[in-house]
Design a protein around this ligand. Structure first.
Ligand code: ARG
Length: 636
């Protein structure tokens, strides 16, 4: 028997198999709280005569451990007749004293709070976490095409995130997209979906013609190989300022009434235009050059992404959208009257296509300029349909700053207007707010590497402040790097995505408060306890868990039991803060227990039981951190 089957056995007449039949969405082998909910619904149903199918959905989580493990608000059952307060009293009176899983309910008006009994909980949750290990909390049923059929195959999702622009700065919007996107990809993976991590580079347009010109004139092969992102950016900045000076000169001459035709024809702007024209005409020589810049940049990006535990499955990008398929989509749009021509340009006028407010909100937008260049939106339309063809996805998420809300609304709307309503329905924009005041000590932020380096340096200084501790750290550089990354990420994920926040180096690298370093410290401390006691894995497996009677111990077990529910709920909110808030609550419960539940120095049996508890806590904490994209530190 599994631990969960044993837990079910405590309840008369409850078997996992029968439970699965009545509640197809309950998976107690993965989430023991499902079993508790089912049992509670059964008991309350017997007492009240209300059907379990009505009770089960209103068994809710509580605000905190002091409010119980579950709460039922009697009015939520929508019963006619008796006052809810009185019903609550009546049912509480009838609740069996000797229920195998729950204590007698605690009442507050029409709220009934339920607390789990200590022994069955600790005896099942600790072994369950130990057995599941890295998989504790994951629920692969969520990703099944048919939730009732384990053989039905995985659903597919594309998560598009990060998407920086080659030769341009990696700004806060890209940073947030990277952090949040990676989290969402991890979350879906943990929920059993097949995930494609996609990066859609900004790598096409006249400016890349300009960049190529810059390289022809001032490029340095060695510098390019050494740090392509840096070198290309420098070249780009340089030629851009030259071009601006040139434009100013031309303007000035124009004002003086001079003929500027010759100047314009020889200008950088015109050369860039011609160069880019060769790119779009698929001239092999210039394309090979561009491909090289792109490949080298991607190789460099990959190094940085791997520091954040991110591996992309595909580097797509604006350059990868073929002119041919864009021409096809353009024809289709014209045919279906989605777009129309206006003075040689092609545009979509939503105000005419959609009645009322929605049309006004979406306005009018240009797809193709008079000179024939396709714009950002056209590429996205084409790319979206291409991805659907290639991957046949069930869902696609775009993780892009809220500044592009309108752009993505227009995109999805165009897809719908073209008649692909089913495809449009599968697409979702996950947006987020701004980061205010983000700058490194060397000035404004340019690249992801600069941000991470700066945070690592800051962290390193903080660590040095405690000389004694610092001396004990084996790899201070590496540790500071991970702590720095954790600082940035936790700060970013602390609030709701849509909120703006201020980049605050001092606050985020502090060990006090709900910060990245604090979370890492909580994990490292659990690891250090494990190292200090000489107990084998068998010792932990054979521990007498019924010794864990103290409130502090039971509260940790109660926190651990919530993790599968938290993960399940996060799939609905898609907010990293849902996970993070839980992890901080858990670490607070753990850290307040250390004085009461000593491991080192306790008598052997107690030591084993407590160590097994802390070990389960460590596993759960680490699992949560990994979903967020953090690397749990074992020492610091
Ligand atoms: N490269 C774009 C930017 O930096 C973000 C791309 C967003 N994704 C998309 N499919 N449009 O603004």
């Amino acid at each position: 028997l599994t631990v969960i089957e044993k837990l079910a056995q405590r309840v008369d007449g409850l078997s996992i198999a029968s439970l699965a039949r009545t509640y197809p969405t309950a998976h107690p082998e993965i989430n023991p709280l499902d079993l508790y909910r089912v049992h509670l619904s059964d008991v309350l149903s017997k007492i009240s005569g209300v059907d379990t199918s009505i009770i089960y959905p209103v068994v809710m989580w509580t605000q905190g451990l002091d409010k119980g493990d579950f709460v039922v608000a009697v009015p939520a059952l929508r019963l006619k007749g008796k006052k809810p307060d009185l019903l609550a009293q009546e049912w509480a009176g009838k609740f069996p004293e000797n229920d195998p899983l729950f204590k007698k309910p605690v009442l507050s008006g029409h709220f009934m709070s339920f607390f789990m009994k200590a022994e069955p909980l600790v005896e099942s949750i600790i072994p369950l976490v130990k057995q599941a290990g890295k998989n504790y909390g994951k629920n692969h049923f969520n990703g099944l095409r048919d939730a009732k059929d384990p053989g039905s195959g995985q659903k597919r999702i594309i998560v598009e995130f990060s998407s920086p622009n080659v030769a341009k700065p990696f700004h806060a919007g890209h940073l947030r997209s990277t952090i949040i996107g990676s989290f969402i990809a991890n979350l879906y993976e943990a929920s059993g979906w097949h995930v494609v991590r996609m990066n859609y580079l900004g790598d096409w347009g006249k400016q890349y013609g300009l960049l190529a010109l810059a390289y022809q004139r001032n490029g340095d092969e060695e510098a390019l190989k050494k740090n392509p992102i840096d070198h290309l950016f420098k070249l780009y900045v340089q030629i851009n300022s030259e071009m601006t000076a040139e434009k100013d000169l031309i303007e000035a001459q124009k004002k003086e009434g001079k003929n500027v035709e010759a100047l314009e024809a020889a200008s950088l702007d015109e050369q860039a235009r011609q160069y880019f024209k060769r790119m779009t005409d698929r001239d092999e020589v210039v394309l090979a050059q561009w491909q090289r810049f792109r490949d080298l940049s991607i190789a460099r990006y990959k190094e940085t992404y791997s520091r954040l535990n991110i591996q992309f499955d595909e580097f797509s990008g604006e350059s990868q959208v073929a002119e041919k398929s864009m021409a096809k989509v353009a024809d289709e749009m014209k045919e279906k009257n989605v777009s129309r021509e206006d003075h040689g340009a092609v545009l979509v006028d939503f105000t005419q296509l959609l009645p009322g407010k929605e049309g006004k909100r979406l306005g009018t937008t240009v797809l193709r300029k008079r000179d024939g260049t396709a714009l950002y939106l056209t590429r996205d339309v084409c790319e979206l349909l291409g991805r659907h063809k290639k991957y046949d996805f069930d869902h696609m998420i775009y993780v892009v700053a809220s500044q592009q809300d309108l752009h993505l609304k227009q995109l999805f709307q165009i897809i719908e207007l073209l008649g692909y309503k089913d495809v449009a329905k599968k697409c979702q924009h996950i947006n987020f707010g701004l980061v205010l005041g983000m700058s490194t000590r060397k000035g404004t932020v340019k690249f992801l590497d600069d941000i991470l380096k700066d945070c690592a340096d800051h962290m390193h200084e903080t660590m040095r402040a405690n000389k004694e501790k610092y001396a004990q750290i084996e790899d201070p550089e590496g540790t500071a790097d991970i702590l720095g990354i954790s600082s940035v990420m936790v700060q970013d994920m602390s609030g709701k995505r849509i909120n703006n926040y201020t980049f605050n180096m001092d606050a985020m690298t502090s060990f006090e408060g709900d910060t990245g370093p604090y979370l890492q410290y909580a994990h490292a401390r659990l690891c250090s306890i494990r190292r200090r006691v000489s107990l084998s894995e068998e010792d932990l497996d054979s521990a007498n868990l019924s010794l864990l009677k103290e409130d502090h111990a039971v509260n940790i077990a109660r926190m651990l039991s919530q993790w599968p529910d938290v993960l399940q709920n996060t799939l609905k909110t898609l907010e990293p803060a849902t996970v993070l808030t839980y992890l901080f609550k858990m670490t607070h419960v753990i850290s307040s227990s250390y004085d009461h539940l000593k491991v080192v120095g306790s008598e052997p049996e107690l030591m084993k039981a407590r160590m097994a508890l802390y070990d389960a806590a460590r596993t759960t904490l680490a699992n949560g951190m990994r979903i967020l994209g953090l690397t749990p530190l074992e020492r610091m």
